[in-house]
Design a protein around this ligand. Structure first.
Ligand code: PRP
Ligand code: ZN
Length: 293
């Protein structure tokens, strides 16, 4: 395979998405080795290279065709998308790096509804998304564009309010701020531009995508095993969320059967208690590492 047929993926070097991105690629079976520098990994077993960068640089790297794909937060993508003449395609949501872009203000700020934002100044490193939100809601507020440590802007009297990412909410509470309104929910997504990939790269992307889907599906799925009296089976099957036909194995010692089933949804304690009440015993719930449907 030619060197230029290697699919290049930009991921965040460190921060909200860094670890999750690398873990996901490794769960997809990529054996990654540092090449050239610690900013560049090469997969040994698939034609894929990984570039470790600042998340805010990922849309530019894709638009400039330096990388083919990126793993980036929807927040970054939507903030920057309008700056480029081409379209970005979000290929798949990856389920990690979840956060929200929200307007927040001092705990003592008297917030009633969006009208309360009129006449205020709002500090943000998301000026494009904030501007769009303000104009869509006819709010007359000014934007103070700052690139980092947005949460200290009200204390420094740089702005009345802020518009920033919130995940656990810790940063807000540490700075005596409260969340007022959520503009956008965000998570990590795999993205490319609208430009077509070469045949070789498209084939590699198809393999990667199948594996990502398998990893995501496995994360949500559980393998459930239990014993049950034959006559209770019909009842029990109604209690199992997101399952297909179970495997039923007779037990040698009594008239019970062993049931094996894959649940595609979370299995909660309540479900197990209901199963037990319906006659199931020796219930085991096991994680699934890989899945291909
Ligand atoms: C965001 C945001 C806050 C923090 C909020 O920064 O600017 O500082 O996360 O998270 P919390 O609610 O869990 O406290 P991030 O780490 O994403 O850095 P970046 O925006 O500079 O990439
Ligand atoms: Zn960033």
């Amino acid at each position: 395979m030619q060197a230029n047929e290697r699919l290049t993926i930009a991921i965040q070097k460190k921060g909200r998405l860094g670890d999750g991105s690398l873990t996901l690629l490794q769960q997809c079976g990529l054996k990654l080795y540092p090449a050239k520098s610690s900013l560049f990994y090469s997969a040994e077993n698939l034609p894929i290279d990984i570039l470790l960068v600042r998340d805010d640089d990922i849309p530019t790297l894709l638009a400039d065709k330096i990388c083919d794909l990126g793993i980036v937060g929807e927040n970054v993508l939507q903030e920057q998308a309008s700056q480029y003449p081409l379209q970005f395609e979000s290929i798949i949501k990856l389920g990690f790096g979840k956060c929200r872009l929200a307007i927040a203000g001092p705990n003592k700020f008297d917030y009633i509804n969006l009208d309360s934002l009129n006449g205020k100044s709002i500090a943000s490193s998301y000026p494009n998304l904030l501007k769009k939100f303000l104009s869509q809601n006819n709010i007359d507020a000014s934007i103070v564009n700052i690139s980092g440590s947005v949460e200290i802007a009200p204390q420094l009297k740089m702005a009345d309010l802020i518009c920033d990412l919130v995940s656990t909410g810790r940063t807000l509470s540490e700075n005596n701020l409260k969340e007022l309104f959520v503009l956008l929910q965000s998570q990590a997504v795999l993205v490319k531009t609208e430009c077509a990939l070469s045949t070789g790269k498209s084939e590699t992307l198809a393999v990667l995508l199948r594996r990502i889907e398998g990893v995501l599906q496995a994360q949500e799925s559980k393998y459930i095993l239990f014993h049950a009296p034959k006559e209770a089976l019909a009842n029990i099957q109604r209690l199992l969320p997101g399952t297909e036909a179970p495997t039923i194995v007779p037990l040698s010692c009594n008239d019970k059967v062993a049931v094996h089933v894959v649940s595609r949804e979370g299995v909660f304690w309540g479900t197990l208690e209901n199963l037990r009440n319906a006659g199931a015993s020796s219930i085991l719930v096991l994680p699934i590492e890989k899945m291909m449907l």
